[in-house]
Design a protein around this ligand. Structure first.
Ligand SMILES: *Cc1c(COP(=O)(O)O)cnc(C)c1O
Length: 378
């Protein structure tokens, strides 16, 4: 018998388990949207926008079709134009930077801190030019970026700040919710995110009413009333079904976040002595919400294959840092330009973490890592 089959398989995440835990409420919410045909805009969307703004400590929420659109919409509303430069971290999901280009500006990459994976404020300060208009810090994996240092650079140079909170719903920096530091914050409700819809969905939050109105306009064909198009916009809508699902899930987010943190703490304890493994570093004053639990290992690919053979799913977030992707070859960057992002891209590995994870799942992952012999070819 193949001993690998004796292990409990561990999925990277289990969206169905989450659905089962709240099935009656979800089913009822979906049925109500169908009964009232409130598919586009309407009461479910308006209700979720109000609830989400309140939960994120913002005065306004503008919902849209997905997290990527929210970044694009915000940058257009912030007035990005050709010739402008926008600084974003070198190690993130491509949404963060493809939308800078779409909005018409030039992407300027900033190296990440080697241990927290978030924007390095010292490098940020060195990248500012007279053409720089804004910064897009990413609270990557769920750990807040160093917002005091980033905001200090932004204030010194009068730059706008758009926080990419796609992985960091309810994370806190020095006790304050992420998304409340910059001019606006972008959220994704992609199904696997800490707050996930049952399809694509996204939102922006801000405390600036004029910015909120411009963002809403851009998301809705450039006008807030039918037939009244002040500018050319796009069609990017949160639909009623997704809004109703998100309203059911939002009250559970604090408890789900707490579960993620407990699982991370247990990983931290039980993996502390695993040879060759570097655990996620938590910088002072940050509350991490562990969208991802990203470890590092010199034999990352062999470790991932070993765990995969045991039925334990892992993911690499992200195997090629943004400046080294074909999409950014035009910028002509080399590994020496972003030494930390380059170092981390070949070492990071995200272990399974989701609120419904059982003690048996945890034990299987921990045993799987303990049985990895880095010297033996996998
Ligand atoms: C998921 C994600 C996005 C975009 O979200 P979508 O809803 O998938 O468009 C943006 N930035 C980061 C860092 C993300 O992880």
């Amino acid at each position: 018998m193949n001993t690998a089959n004796a292990h409990l398989p561990v999925p990277f995440a289990d969206l169905h388990a989450q659905y089962l835990s709240i099935q009656p409420q979800i089913d009822a919410a979906i049925a109500e949207v169908i009964r009232t045909s409130a598919f586009i805009r309407g009461p479910f969307v308006e209700r979720f926008e109000q609830e989400f703004a309140a939960a994120m400590g913002a005065a306004h929420c503008v919902s849209c079709a997905n997290g990527t659109d929210s970044l694009y919409i915000a940058m257009r509303a912030l007035g990005v134009k050709p010739g402008d430069e926008v600084i974003a971290p070198a190690h993130s999901w491509i949404s963060t930077t493809e939308t800078i280009t779409q909005a018409g500006a030039k992407v300027v990459f900033c190296d990440t801190d080697r241990d927290t994976f978030t924007m390095d404020p010292a490098h940020l300060a060195a990248l500012v030019t007279p053409r720089t208009v804004g910064v897009v810090p990413v609270h990557l994996y769920g750990q807040p970026a160093d917002m005091d240092a980033i905001m200090a650079v932004a204030r010194r140079h009068a730059l706008w700040v758009l926080e990419d909170c796609a992985q960091s719903h309810m994370a806190r920096y020095r006790g304050r919710l992420v998304g409340t530091f910059g001019d606006a914050a972008s959220f994704s409700f992609y199904p696997g995110k800490n707050l996930g819809a049952m399809g694509d969905a996204g939102a922006l939050t801000t405390s600036d009413p004029a910015l909120a109105e411009r963002m809403a306009m851009i998301a809705r064909h450039g006008g807030l009333r039918k037939g009244d198009h002040q500018i050319e916009g796009i069609n990017s809508r949160l639909d009623g079904l997704q809004a109703a699902v998100l309203s059911v899930k939002l009250p559970h987010l604090p408890a789900w976040t707490k579960r993620r943190q407990e699982i991370a703490e247990e990983y931290n304890r039980r993996l502390a002595d695993a040879p060759g493994l570097t655990l996620p570093a938590l910088a002072g004053g940050r509350e991490h919400v562990y969208h991802l639990y990203a470890v590092r290992h010199e034999q990352r690919d062999a470790l991932a294959r070993h765990l995969g053979a045991l039925g334990i799913q892992t993911v690499i977030n992200y195997p090629v840092a943004l400046p080294f992707l074909p999409a950014y070859r035009r910028l002509g960057h080399t590994s020496a330009d972003f030494p930390n992002a380059f170092h981390n891209q070949s070492r990071v590995l995200s272990l399974p973490i989701f609120p419904e994870m059982t003690p048996q799942h945890m034990a299987a992952v921990i045993q799987g890592i303990a049985s990895f012999d880095a010297d033996k070819p996998a």
